[in-house]
Design a protein around this ligand. Sequence first.
Ligand SMILES: Nc1ncnc2c1ncn2[C@@H]1O[C@H](COP(=O)(O)OP(=O)(O)OP(=O)(O)O)[C@@H](O)[C@H]1O
Ligand SMILES: [Mg+2]
Length: 395
Amino acid sequence: MSGVSISGLRREYGTAIAVDRVDLEIGRGEFVALLGPSGCGKTTTLRCLAGLEVPTRGEISIGGVTVFSGGSSVFVPPEKRKIGMVFQSYALWPHMTVRGNVGYPLKLAGVDRRALASRVDEVLERVHLRDKADRMATALSGGQQQRVALARATVSRPRVMLFDEPLSNLDAKLRLSMRNQIRELHDEFGTTSVYVTHDQEEAIALADRVVVMNAGRIEQAGTPQELYTRPSTAFVADFMGFQNLLRARVLQTLDGELRVGIDGTPVQLSVADRSGRWTEGAELTLAFRSGHVRVRPGSPDDRAPGGGAERIAGRIRRATYGGGSMRLLVEVGNTSIRAHVDESEFSRFSDDDLRAQRAVSLEISADQIVPLPPGDLPLSTEAILQLPAPDPSTI
Ligand SMILES: Nc1ncnc2c1ncn2[C@@H]1O[C@H](COP(=O)(O)OP(=O)(O)OP(=O)(O)O)[C@@H](O)[C@H]1O
Ligand SMILES: [Mg+2]
């Protein structure tokens, strides 16, 4: 049985469309992250699931029960959906103790005092707050308050847990530990979880499946590894941290490989591709990670055609020490490639090699480059292309 099923979901606000044509099947016990930039419709989707928002159109079912249907006018109110929610703002009742907050959903459900007390103690134990049970909720730190919110959301053993950026207000260290607790609770209780975040690292670390949203629509859904290694659009690649997105053109299609020319440069590269979707002359975007670019000092001495990756001649525009590595922005023709050199490789370079204006040669192997539809390049990349070259006299 499906944990959650969403089909054809649409939510309009006046003339604005917050969510459109969202279809999503979430398996029972699955942990799904909704990932995307601000305003892409994550919260709206979650609120529609919770019943806090009435969709304009579509169908939603939870645990096989229809909770919303635009077609047959079904709307099950939030308190009947057997869901637990944790928000970015902890939304605790300030006049109640920790115990009072956590026990409140059970009290509403008419659970008797003794069962309520033991259930509350059990979840407080689980989130390591048993010793704070009689404190006022607001007399706790942010991280502790969020654990109270988590305990309150899980106390009645919901079928589905919904999280809306629950860790955004916490410091980095606490975020990591809360992240682990959330995943442990999910596994232990066997709930189905839908977790909204704009942090790709968080989504990848937590979820079984990541759904990337863009402008109200699902852009791509897949396992963290699929999205991390094989994004299907430039938007997803950018969101998954591919630092290089370059416009290019197919020069030749070969068996399992494309020869491509990078726009604004004389550079030709081989790109692994078995899809057969590309034709000669087609425009595309090439995505690859800066960590997959091998950097050598000086100009390429040989072009090494055939076996191995070709060497690309470039000139360092900017070199920034990034803690454990040197990040480089390398000018190649009229475009720029981002690369980084790990500290472990520093011995291959002299002190002077990794400075602005130095010549370098770059290599990217064919299977580390993802060919994508041309699409709109994200602003960050366009902005880099328009940066003026630094003036050598100021360096
Ligand atoms: N009550 C509302 N009235 C009008 N427009 C709304 C309302 N709620 C959301 N929107 C619009 O719907 C779109 C999606 O909003 P939503 O809150 O779902 O985005 P989000 O992905 O959660 O963003 P964020 O990461 O900033 O929280 C936005 O353009 C937003 O301005
Ligand atoms: Mg939101």
